[in-house]
Design a protein. Sequence first.
Length: 149
Amino acid sequence: MATRERVLARDGHLCQCDDCARIEIPLEADQVDHKVPLWEGGQDVDENLWALNAECHKRKTKAEAARRAAASLVSPEPADSPLGFLLGVMNDEEQDPRLRVRAAIAAAQYKHAKVGEGGKKDAKQGAADVVAGGKFAAAAPPKLVVNNR
């Protein structure tokens, strides 16, 4: 008998997860999964296998993926500023690529000012200076010459 059929028969084709164990009528199980994942040190033996329904299996797998992602984070080198920290994470090839992208996005605000950083008045004055330049520029005031004779 194959492992899957053996575990399902042992568990009576009923979901063995903690949530289903609390309710009076557990859901029908159609999948088999490791109680302790292999990457966390679980073994590939019948005692570490249990029957799960598809929804409980998805929920368990999602929680395990979050734990695995958190466990795989590597602490970056200490930095003297927030920008240094973000650049360290962004350039560290051992970090998760998604985390590196988020660090790059956050570091961009330190390197590149927003368009509206100067304020509305400064933007209007800059636009007025551009328009007032060229052939439409105001003429220079006349020079006053002092003649004491």
